[in-house]
Write a protein of this length. Structure first.
Length: 139
């Protein structure tokens, strides 16, 4: 197994509110990546699963941006097309991965990873956002 392949140019909202949230990014973000709010500077950063606070995804970025750029975020219940070549399997859940902004299948979670579900694949290339930052550490 491996991280899903997101085709940035193809990312689009297929179902859900047009805009769930506007946010300021604190680093370069590509559409389709999970992000979290850092309350120390009120900017959104990419998630990764090796530190609990950094694994706590809140949204998916719908637009790209760099440090201090505004971006559009989507959250719970949104269905987002991530591209035809994602490698996602319908019915499977996907999680924050070990690298910044990465989304991986459950089988890729390893000892020492914090478990944050990002969503469930509901159709070819479509992820229904269903974020659950559990705080659970894989033993």
């Amino acid at each position: 197994m491996a991280a899903i392949t997101i085709t940035a140019a193809d990312v689009k909202l297929t179902l859900g509110p047009i805009i769930q949230s506007l946010a300021t990014f604190g680093e370069a973000v590509t559409q389709g990546q999970p992000v979290r709010l850092d309350t120390s500077d009120t900017k959104h950063y990419l998630c990764k699963n090796d530190v609990e606070a950094e694994a706590a995804a809140e949204h998916l970025a719908l637009t790209p941006g760099g440090d201090a750029d505004l971006g559009v975020l989507v959250g719970q219940g949104a269905k987002v097309y991530l591209g035809a070549a994602t490698g996602m399997v319908v019915g499977d859940s996907y999680y924050v991965g070990p690298n910044d902004g990465e989304i991986v299948p459950e089988a890729d979670l390893l000892t020492g990873d914090y478990v944050t579900r990002v969503g469930i694949c509901v159709a070819a290339g479509v992820l229904e956002v269903d974020i659950n930052a559990t705080g659970v550490l894989v033993p």
